[in-house]
Design a binder for this molecule. Structure first.
Ligand SMILES: NC(=O)c1ccc[n+]([C@@H]2O[C@H](COP(=O)([O-])OP(=O)(O)OC[C@H]3O[C@@H](n4cnc5c(N)ncnc54)[C@H](OP(=O)(O)O)[C@@H]3O)[C@@H](O)[C@H]2O)c1
Length: 172
């Protein structure tokens, strides 16, 4: 199973101004890229509960797993499952269901959790042309430095850069 971080950041490395703010601020081109990358039925989207609360109900046509310590607090929602299990178990379950990609879609806590465990093969990072005055950083502290290999870079529109990296954990 390919495990892929997908994130959009400001030039000063923020995901949002605050943990309750949605990703309304990202470009149309990034939203289109996210939709195209995560559609097609091969993948499941994994988010933290705080990110889910910015997109309640999930995303049309895509299966979502929401990490929360309180999975019983959420009503049954088509296309969304709420899990408190260790991520190893969630990934194994998703593979058993036939998914071949896990799109790790934030926020900061969830990106950091997967990177600290080495469960990330690739990173798609969109850099939006803005500096926020404050906010939620892309990542918290990691266990070690991690060199990345650039797979590709391209413009999503005339202002928005998409970077695609492979991690050293790839294939593990
Ligand atoms: N720009 C982007 O690309 C992008 C992408 C995604 C999100 N965001 C932004 O990021 C912000 C939210 O990020 P965040 O770091 O504050 O929160 P988050 O990672 O979205 O969610 C954190 C929550 O996830 C649950 N969780 C985390 N680790 C867990 C584990 N090991 N087991 C079970 N549950 C676990 C906990 O939920 P409980 O408290 O329910 O237990 C925790 O409070 C929002 O503003 C959102 O818009 C931006």
């Amino acid at each position: 199973m390919r495990k892929i971080i997908i994130a959009a950041v400001t030039v000063n490395g923020y995901l949002s101004h605050s943990e309750t703010e949605s990703s309304h601020w990202t470009s149309k081109a990034d939203k289109r890229f996210f939709r195209e990358a995560t559609s097609g039925g091969r993948g499941v989207i994994i988010v933290g509960r705080k990110t889910y609360e910015t997109i309640p109900g999930g995303l049309p046509g895509r299966q979502m797993v929401v990490l929360t310590t309180q999975p019983k607090c959420f009503p049954n929602t088509p296309g969304v499952v709420f899990r408190s299990d260790p991520v190893e178990i969630i990934l194994t379950d998703m593979e058993a269901k036939g998914y071949t990609e896990s799109w790790i879609a934030g926020g900061r806590q969830v990106y950091t959790l997967f990177l600290r465990k080495g469960y990330v093969d690739e990173i798609y990072l969109t850099v939006e042309p803005v500096l926020f005055d404050r906010g939620i950083p892309f990542l918290s502290e990691l266990a070690q430095d991690t060199p990345l290999s650039l797979i590709s870079q391209r413009l999503l529109d005339d202002q928005t850069v998409l970077l695609h990296y492979r991690t050293p954990f790839s294939g593990g």
